[in-house]
Write a protein that binds this ligand. Structure first.
Ligand code: G3H
Length: 214
């Protein structure tokens, strides 16, 4: 299972969480990664934790201001990027362009979507993975894998119908090992989570709990 921890703009110490991700990753068969804010990428990558960007734009080098270039996040040490997160929505053409920009820079891609229909559209753009996240469950602590299992199974079906090479993750409210196991039982190859780790008093303990049953 892939456990991708999005730090969003939570007021946590990104380096401390990254060190916890690195250390717990070494103790489990699961794959752990962390997605800090763009300005923290370099410091986080220096910890040795697998580091992801939260977003890149559909741009190339040139006359762009206030945007995020895929090559720049790769230079900072990111190996992948989220795209179209529920809190960073993009138009379809911009998701397509951002997937291409990420691939040009050698970044792995996870395109987020609200529901199975959007997952099918996202999978058609050829990312490495898609992540279904019902927006109403994000940040609630109510896990999508247990509260809305149908949306995960339907997302897996939708992605496989379009492209069987596209992995499916799920996210929203995931915070325990049982939630991760439930996600796997529904066909998800990983989980995208944030508050369960970023807001935890002890991120290491939170991560250990997430991977303990795996
Ligand atoms: O990127 C992470 C997702 O939005 C899930 O957030 P959450 O784990 O706080 O519900």
């Amino acid at each position: 299972m892939f456990v991708l921890v999005n730090l969003k703009t939570y007021p946590c110490d990104p380096v401390a969480v990254a060190e916890a991700v690195r250390d717990v990753d070494e103790s489990t068969d699961a794959r752990l990664a962390v997605a800090p804010q763009a300005t923290h990428l370099e410091r986080v990558a220096e910890t040795g934790a697998e580091t992801w960007a939260q977003h890149v734009d559909s741009i190339d080098h040139g006359s762009n201001t206030g945007q995020t270039l895929a090559e720049s996040v790769a230079d900072a040490g990111a190996v992948g990027t989220l795209l179209n997160h529920s809190e960073r929505r993009l138009k379809l053409a911009d998701i397509d362009g951002a997937v291409q920009a990420a691939e040009r820079a050698g970044l792995e891609t996870v395109v987020c979507a609200n529901n199975p229909a959007q997952i099918g559209a996202a999978a058609a753009l050829g990312p490495d993975a898609v992540a279904v996240e019902p927006p109403e469950l994000i940040g609630t602590g109510t896990p999508v894998s247990q509260a809305d299992p149908d949306v995960v199974e339907d997302a897996v079906d939708a992605a496989q119908h379009v492209d069987r090479d596209v992995s499916v993750l799920c996210g929203a409210g995931i915070s325990t090992g049982d939630d991760v196991v439930a996600a796997g039982d529904l066909g998800s190859e990983g989980v995208l989570l944030a508050s369960g780790v970023a807001k935890a008093d002890d991120p290491t303990a939170a991560l250990e709990d997430l991977v303990e049953p795996l």
